[in-house]
Design a protein around this ligand. Structure first.
Ligand code: FDA
Length: 398
C-alpha cells in the first residue's frame, strides 16, 4: 500500500493481552482516544488457556514478596494502588462466579473466557478500540509523539504503551518485539530466561524415573534462594507440578534442588520408631504408608537402600535413607524452555521506568507494562495481578 491513512489516537497500546486490555479500558474511561494493536487473531490468548482454562486471575495474598525483579521495590506502588481486591470487584461487577482453589489462588468457576469477555466489554464500554491481526512494521519517535506503521495504516499517538508480554509460548503469539522496541529507545534488558517451567533430567535419571510418569506427591522443593511446599509431578520428560515450577524460577543451570519427600514427617524418628516397632518390615513397606509405593520402590533402587529387614539395617544406613528422603538432591539437566514456560524472567530494566506511571525515564511518552518488564510473579495468580496493576496505573497516567 503506497498511500496510507494516518489515524491519530491519544494512546496506542501494542499487545491485547492482560496488561494491554486493562490499560486500554482504564485510559479510555478517562476520555482519551485509545487503540490496542495485536498481531494475534484473538485478544487475551494466554488468559484463555491459563489456569487449565479457568484462569487463576489473582491471588488473595498478593504482596511485593511474591515477585522477582532486579529491583524488588519497583512493583510496590502499582500493586498497592490497584490491588487484588480491585480486580475482584471488577469480576464481581460482571457477575463472574469464582472460587479460591488453594493458597489464595482465585479461579473462575466456569471459564477463562469470562475474563476475556469482561476486559473486552470494559474496552468497548469505555470506547477503546482493539485491532487484531495487525502486524507492526515500524515505530518512530516524532516531535509530538510516535508513529506506528502497519500494513493497513500509519498511526500517530501521543503516548505509546508496550504491552507485548514475554517470550513464553511462542505458539500463542509471544515475540521479542517489546524488548527490541525498548532497545530501540535506549533501554537495557535484564537477561531473560524461562520461568515457571518444568525441569528436564539427565538421561540416567530420566531412565530411572521413567515408570513414575504421572505420579504426584506433596513435597517441599528448596534451594538457597527459596522454598515451596506444593505438589511435585513426575512426567515422561522430567519433573513438573507446582513445586517444581515455582523453584524453577529461582534455579540456575548446574544447581541442585533439594526435595523433602515427606514434609509432614520427622523422617529419622519415623524410621527409628519403625525399626523398634516393626523390626521384621523392610524400608519399602514402611515408607509405602506415606508415599506412593511406585515412588518408594524407584527411590529404593535409585538410592541403593538396603533391602534387609529394618532390624538388620544399621543406624548409619537408616540415617542415610532419612536424609535422602528429607532432602532428595535432584540435579536437573535443564528446563523445557519457552515452549512450555508460563513466564519470562528478566525483561525491560525497571530502573529505567517510573514505578508510579510505568513511563520510560529515557523516552517521554513511552510506557512499559506487564510481563515485558523485569517483574515476574510466583505461580498462583500473581502474574496476572501484575498485569492488572501495572496496566491500571499506566492507564491512569498516560
Ligand atoms: P500477554 O502475553 O498476556 O500479552 C501480550 C500480547 O502482545 C499478546 O496478545 C501478543 O499476541 C501480543 N504481541 C506480542 N508480540 C507482538 C507483536 N510483535 N506485535 C503485536 N502484538 C504482539 N498467570 C497467572 O497469574 N495465572 C495463571 O493462571 C496463569 N496461567 C498461565 C498459563 C500458561 C500456559 C501461560 C503461558 C501463562 C500463564 N500465566 C498465568 C502467566 C500470564 O499469562 C502472563 O504473565 C500474562 O499474560 C502477562 O500479561 P501481558 O499482558 O504482559 O502479556
Amino acid at each position: 500500500m503506497s498511500e496510507q491513512d494516518t489515524i491519530t489516537f491519544d494512546t496506542l497500546i501494542i499487545g491485547a493481552g492482560a496488561a494491554g486490555l486493562m490499560c486500554a479500558a482504564t485510559a479510555a474511561r478517562r476520555g482519551l482516544s485509545v487503540v490496542v494493536l495485536d498481531h494475534a487473531k484473538q485478544a487475551g490468548k494466554k488468559i484463555l488457556i491459563s489456569g487449565g482454562g479457568r484462569c487463576n486471575f489473582t491471588n488473595m495474598y498478593t504482596s511485593p514478596e511474591n515477585f522477582l525483579s532486579e529491583n524488588p521495590h519497583f512493583c510496590k506502588s502499582a500493586l498497592s494502588r490497584y490491588t487484588q481486591w480491585d480486580f475482584v470487584a471488577m469480576v464481581d461487577k460482571h457477575k463472574i462466579p469464582w472460587h479460591e482453589k488453594t493458597l489464595g489462588q482465585l479461579f473462575c468457576d466456569d471459564s477463562a473466557k469470562d475474563i476475556v469477555r469482561m476486559l473486552m466489554q470494559e474496552c468497548r464500554d469505555a470506547g477503546a478500540k482493539v485491532e487484531l491481526r495487525t502486524e507492526i512494521f515500524a515505530v518512530d519517535a516524532q516531535r509530538s509523539g510516535y508513529s506506528v506503521k502497519t500494513a493497513q495504516a500509519e498511526y500517530h499517538c501521543k503516548n505509546l504503551v508496550v504491552a507485548c508480554g514475554g517470550l513464553s509460548m511462542p505458539k500463542l503469539g509471544a515475540t521479542p518485539f517489546g524488548y527490541k522496541l525498548a532497545e530501540q529507545f535506549g533501554h537495557s534488558i535484564v537477561p531473560v530466561r524461562a520461568g515457571l517451567v518444568p525441569f528436564t533430567l539427565h538421561d540416567t535419571d530420566k531412565q530411572a524415573f521413567a515408570d513414575l510418569s504421572g505420579v504426584a506427591s506433596d513435597v517441599v522443593a528448596s534451594n538457597e534462594k527459596a522454598s515451596f511446599r506444593e505438589a511435585m509431578l513426575f512426567t515422561h520428560r522430567g519433573l513438573s507440578g507446582p513445586a517444581m515450577l515455582q523453584i524453577s524460577s529461582f534455579w540456575q543451570p548446574g544447581e541442585t534442588v533439594a526435595v523433602n519427600l515427606l514434609p509432614n514427617e520427622e523422617v529419622l524418628t519415623l524410621l527409628q520408631t519403625a525399626k523398634v516397632e516393626q523390626p521384621r518390615s523392610g524400608l519399602v513397606s514402611v515408607l509405602s504408608k506415606y508415599l506412593p509405593k511406585r515412588l518408594v520402590q524407584v527411590l529404593a533402587n535409585y538410592g541403593k537402600w538396603p533391602t534387609k529387614k529394618l532390624a538388620d539395617i544399621s543406624n548409619v544406613d537408616i540415617e542415610r535413607v532419612a536424609n535422602n528422603l528429607a532432602a532428595w538432591p535432584i540435579k536437573p539437566n535443564g528446563t523445557e524452555g519457552y515452549r512450555t514456560a508460563e513466564v519470562t524472567i528478566g525483561g525491560v530494566n525497571v530502573n529505567e521506568v517510573s514505578s508510579k506511571t510505568m513511563e520510560s525515564k529515557l523516552q517521554p511518552g513511552l510506557f512499559f507494562i506487564g510481563e515485558v518488564l523485569d517483574v515476574t510473579g510466583w505461580l498462583g495468580g500473581y502474574n496476572f495481578q501484575w498485569a492488572w496493576s501495572s496496566g491500571w496505573v499506566c492507564g491512569e497516567s498516560v
